[in-house]
Design a protein around this ligand. Structure first.
Ligand code: ZN
Length: 299
């Protein structure tokens, strides 16, 4: 059955800095549905405009999304948790250089794979808007631990988390400033917010323009290193550190990549992954060769 998607009214201001100096940037036609993005002239933030309705947005994340049967994902995360653990454990090692223990909240926790790894050190909680994956995570950890909903309707109390993670989640949120402000309130003093999202100032995104693969109908918000860092500082975080490409080394990535391997020949992909990893380290100010970044914000 062909899905029909609907869009809301066109926005007149930038969702990140609220400036009205916004302009049409690209029509994204390689996706279903196709959509248009605008850019803010003041802060360079790129956003879907007009945005999908909430109903159409939810329709993107049905069972097909999670079981690898739609265009937007290609495997069932539950089948590959064993491989993903290399990356999750490496990330936890870096997080624990700053915060050893306490309450950890994973926003967009999906089936709860990362929370399972994190539960060795932290008391874990999760927020997941998808009923399909959120209910699965609830069965795993309990209904009080996983909130099926959003950052704007959760039952958790302010100043209660030592660590909050948003891994490839912020781009899915249509009102990112409000979401980041809510994370700030949920964080304890000296707490840490970890964000992984694309840096659209990277050369990779700039050269590929409207064909860049990160432009997807589930992605409302496209940051640069500069405007994300500035927003976090404006909200109140006292220190922001950016890792490029990611907050761990090459080895966990290589080990995780084996989940897609079908024969010994696939090991030649390691050369490609290693090349990407090392060229991603080349950056100057807001510019970088690739779009990969992970941001640590300290309250
Ligand atoms: Zn702006």
């Amino acid at each position: 059955m062909k899905q029909t998607f609907e869009f809301e009214r066109k926005l007149n201001t930038c969702p990140l800095c609220k400036s009205n100096k916004i302009f049409f940037l690209y029509a994204i036609v390689h996706t279903q549905p196709s959509f248009t993005v605008y850019q803010c002239n003041s802060c360079k933030f790129i956003f879907m405009n007009p945005p999908l309705t909430k109903k159409s947005e939810l329709a993107l994340y049905d069972e097909g999304y999670y079981t690898g049967k739609t265009n937007y994902t290609y495997y069932d995360e539950r089948d590959v948790e064993h491989f993903s653990q290399y990356v999750w454990n490496a990330r936890l090692k870096t997080i624990r250089k700053y915060v050893k223990s306490g309450n950890l909240l994973d926003v967009g926790c999906s089936f709860g794979g990362f929370l399972q790894s994190a539960s060795r050190y932290f008391t874990v909680y999760g927020i997941e808007p998808s009923e399909y994956s959120g209910k699965y995570a609830q069965q795993r950890f309990g209904n009080d631990v996983i909130h099926v909903g959003t950052l704007f309707d959760h039952p958790f109390t302010e100043n209660s988390f030592s660590v909050i993670t948003m891994i490839e989640v912020l781009e899915h949120i249509r009102n990112p400033r409000e979401a980041l402000t809510e994370c700030y309130h949920l964080c304890k003093n000296k707490g840490l917010l970890v964000i992984q999202t694309a840096n659209m100032a990277g050369l990779q995104a700039k050269l590929q323009k409207q064909k860049y693969g990160y432009f997807l109908p589930g992605h409302f918000s496209y940051f640069t290193k500069k405007n994300l860092t500035e927003t976090l500082t404006q909200i109140g975080f006292r220190h922001v550190r950016v890792f490029q490409p990611v907050d761990f080394g090459l080895l966990p990535k290589l080990l995780k990549s084996r989940m897609n391997f079908k024969s010994i020949n696939d090991y030649k992909n390691w050369l490609r992954i290693a090349t990407y990893h090392y060229i991603s380290k080349i950056h100057m100010g807001n510019l970088a060769l690739t779009s990969s970044m992970v941001v640590y914000a300290f309250k």
